[in-house]
Design a protein around this ligand. Structure first.
Ligand SMILES: Cc1cc2nc3c(=O)[nH]c(=O)nc-3n(C[C@H](O)[C@H](O)[C@H](O)COP(=O)(O)O)c2cc1C
Length: 165
């Protein structure tokens, strides 16, 4: 298994979950931001797990990222908008072959989600979804993660690794 766990994360919650999933997947897995997951790196992967925060009920859009950028000073912790959105990363993902899974971080109930769009794009690129989308919870608009979520993420990563056996 050569797995990458790719994430978009403005306040670090999704990044922390991605690292925990990679730990669970095992030594052949790496967590990478959308800026780090360049085509050469992705080309060697036979598993792609991708995740993002849920913003305004969906996979973050350019519009919501622009709104957050304009209101950056209103947040106690400045948002990190230095890496591309997962939506843009998925749009430029070269065709490949392998398995995929998706996750999102969110506060709680929402009429929509991000993992459906992520899995659809991964499937179009040749990475067959191997599990249902997974949700991880934060306790406020910019986090922190709810206690126990990193353990859940490690356990989910280990579950994905077992699907490979
Ligand atoms: C502008 C904005 C919109 C959000 N919209 C939603 C939402 O629709 N549903 C939800 O459950 N959480 C929502 N959240 C909470 C984020 O999903 C949550 O804080 C996420 O874990 C942030 O991930 P990150 O730290 O990786 O950027 C929103 C947060 C912000 C700042």
């Amino acid at each position: 298994m050569n797995a990458i766990v790719v994430y978009e994360s403005l306040w670090g919650n999704t990044a922390a979950i991605a690292r925990a999933i990679a730990e669970g997947l095992g030594p052949n897995a790496r967590a990478l931001s959308t800026a780090e997951a360049v085509p050469d790196t992705v080309a060697g992967a036979d598993w792609i797990v991708a995740g993002s925060p849920l913003f305004a009920f969906r996979l973050p859009t350019d519009d919501i990222r622009e709104t957050i950028r304009k209101k950056a000073a209103a947040f106690a912790t400045p948002p990190d908008l230095s890496h591309p959105s997962l939506r843009r990363w998925l749009e430029s993902l070269p065709p490949g072959a392998g398995r995929s899974a998706a996750f999102e971080t969110r506060i709680w109930w929402s009429p929509g989600g991000a993992t459906g769009a992520i899995l659809k794009s991964l499937k179009s690129a040749g990475y067959a979804p191997a599990a249902r989308g997974k949700r991880f919870r934060v306790t406020g608009m910019t986090g922190p993660l709810k206690p126990g979520e990193l353990d859940r993420a490690r356990a989910w990563g280990a579950h994905l690794a077992r699907l490979n056996q």
